[in-house]
Ligand binder design. Structure first.
Ligand SMILES: N[C@@H](CCC[C@H](N)C(=O)O)C(=O)O
Length: 272
């Protein structure tokens, strides 16, 4: 039985999106991993399922390319918002998010950041605003920071993010036992108070062209450290996002969302 899907992306962070509001779509870690495979499947960084919700316009479930189901995905939230329409609310494992549709994408209230060590989470108590940690091969210009924006992030401020081999550096940090649920790794260079260059190694998907929650977490960390101000542009490899945040408030992420094509696949050809 052919199952329709959309191929979408936010700044090159790409998704296979199934709309299961009219009928269930059976998903498992093995099936998500197989569909996400760029050689033997459709290929994507994350697989997204839109389901009915009792508390919001729709529920969004997210699987990384490794098959792990996760709490949040900023870029996918903007894509789903454009499908649901202006003013939609979107239930995720990371909370219910409010979205509005813009001329080329969407603007989403991503909720409030959490800085407590057990909310990130970390394996044991430490100051998340100045982690007493270092990883080989990365020279930081300020102490690393960790926070949750629905999903876990660590931010490493470096002199030149483009000079780093994040393919080699990302995985060991993602899997450091200090992060019991693993972590998304953000390599950030502050270019000015209004512009940050960011490269991201995503938990469960590796190096991606953009990470919406990574942009949120990095902007919040930079603002909290007094290195940037609300309304900061985060320049990812696939393009720019604008992040607004005032201490004590919620994070607003604004940027593009693109529908590339629609297709259909035979789910029975993939693992159950
Ligand atoms: N690409 C996403 C984040 C997807 C989930 C992340 N890899 C995780 O494991 O938490 C984004 O745009 O935020």
């Amino acid at each position: 039985m052919p199952q329709p899907f959309r191929k979408m992306h936010g700044l090159g962070n790409d998704f296979v999106v199934f709309d299961a509001r009219g009928g269930a779509v059976a998903m498992s870690a093995a099936r998500a991993r197989a569909i996400a495979d760029r050689h033997f499947g459709v290929g994507c960084d994350q697989l997204v399922l839109i389901e009915p919700s009792d508390v919001a316009t729709a529920r969004m479930r997210i699987w990384n390319a490794d098959g792990g189901e996760v709490e949040s995905c900023g870029n996918a939230t903007r894509c789903v918002a454009t499908l649901l329409g202006d003013g939609a609310t979107i239930e995720t494992l990371g909370g219910v998010l409010d979205a509005s549709v813009t001329i080329d994408g969407a603007s989403v209230d991503m909720g409030a950041p959490r800085f407590e060590w057990d909310a990130v989470p970390l394996a044991y108590a430490m100051d998340t605003l100045a982690l007493p940690l270092a990883w080989g091969g990365v020279e930081t210009i300020a102490p690393p920071m960790a926070l949750s924006v629905g999903n876990p992030h660590v931010i490493l401020f470096v002199a030149d993010a483009d000079a780093l081999d994040i393919e080699a550096l990302g995985r060991p940090i993602e899997n450091d036992p200090i992060f019991p649920e693993r972590v998304n790794v953000n390599f950030a260079t502050i270019e000015s108070r209004t512009r940050i260059r960011l490269r991201v190694w995503e938990r469960g998907s590796g190096a991606t062209l953009a990470c919406g929650t990574g942009a949120c977490a990095t902007a919040v960390a930079a603002i909290r450290a007094g290195r940037a101000k609300s309304g900061v542009t985060v320049a990812l490899s696939g393009g720019d996002l604008v992040i607004d945040w005032q201490p004590g408030g919620t994070i607003r992420m604004t940027g593009p969302a693109t529908h590339v094509f629609s297709g259909e696949i035979d789910l029975a050809a993939f693992p159950a």
